[in-house]
Ligand binder design. Sequence first.
Ligand SMILES: [Zn+2]
Length: 189
Amino acid sequence: MYCLYNDPAIVLQWLLGQVDGNLAYIDIDVHRGDGVYTLFESEPRVVIADLHEHPRTLFPHSPSAPGPVSAPGPEALRGVGPARGSKLNVPLPPRTDDDAYLERWEEAEAFIRRAAPRFVVLVSGVDGLQGDPLSHQCLSPRVIGEVTRRVRAIADESAEGRLLVLGGGGYDLDNVAAGWSAVVEALVS
Ligand SMILES: [Zn+2]
């Protein structure tokens, strides 16, 4: 879900022609990156790990008025054809806190690490922070910093440090300041 331009997809398409091997696309914005998924669902070299609030409770739905359970849910979207198994969607329930998030993150990290990406793209949306007016998550900036550090480590291990961090959503200004400060701190420390 993006505004006018799907800039992550543009950069991934360009990178496919520049880099041999797999590209990792890690999306921690609270909305599912359905646009990137759809564009690359049959491209095995774009390995996606996407953690997001389940669309059942995110706009236009809410925890008090959840949408219908879609079958299959986002977790069933694993890529198609030769790309089957190269995408991981992790839908989270409302009010997920740091500990629960980091538990689910372990799965995403192992998934990305197995792909030994040669370039890593991280979309560091901070709209999962507690108090964001659009979502219903209870994350703190600590989890944003921790995930960024882990992603940086993956880039150091298999991609010679090649890491591009893009912004994402965030609709509470204090949260944006705290979340992005955590990202920058994790990148420069
Ligand atoms: Zn978002």
